[in-house]
Ligand binder design. Structure first.
Ligand code: ZN
Length: 61
């Protein structure tokens, strides 16, 4: 089975989807978190983290 990696928008960690401890839908997209604490932070200010994730994607190193 193929392992899909996802980026935790709060701490920026890349983790296998199967290792995500929490997930949440926001504006029609699903976000994955390495820890429940990251999900809690995300919901405190979801737009901040979503925007940061998008910026990271648009600026490849
Ligand atoms: Zn995290």
């Amino acid at each position: 089975m193929e392992t899909t990696h996802v980026t935790d928008p709060v701490c920026g960690m890349t983790i296998p989807k199967s290792a995500a401890e929490a997930q949440s839908e926001y504006q029609g997209r699903t976000y994955y978190f390495c820890h429940i604490a990251c999900k809690t932070l995300f919901h405190g200010d979801p737009e901040k983290y979503v925007n940061r994730l998008n910026q990271t994607k648009e600026q490849p190193a």
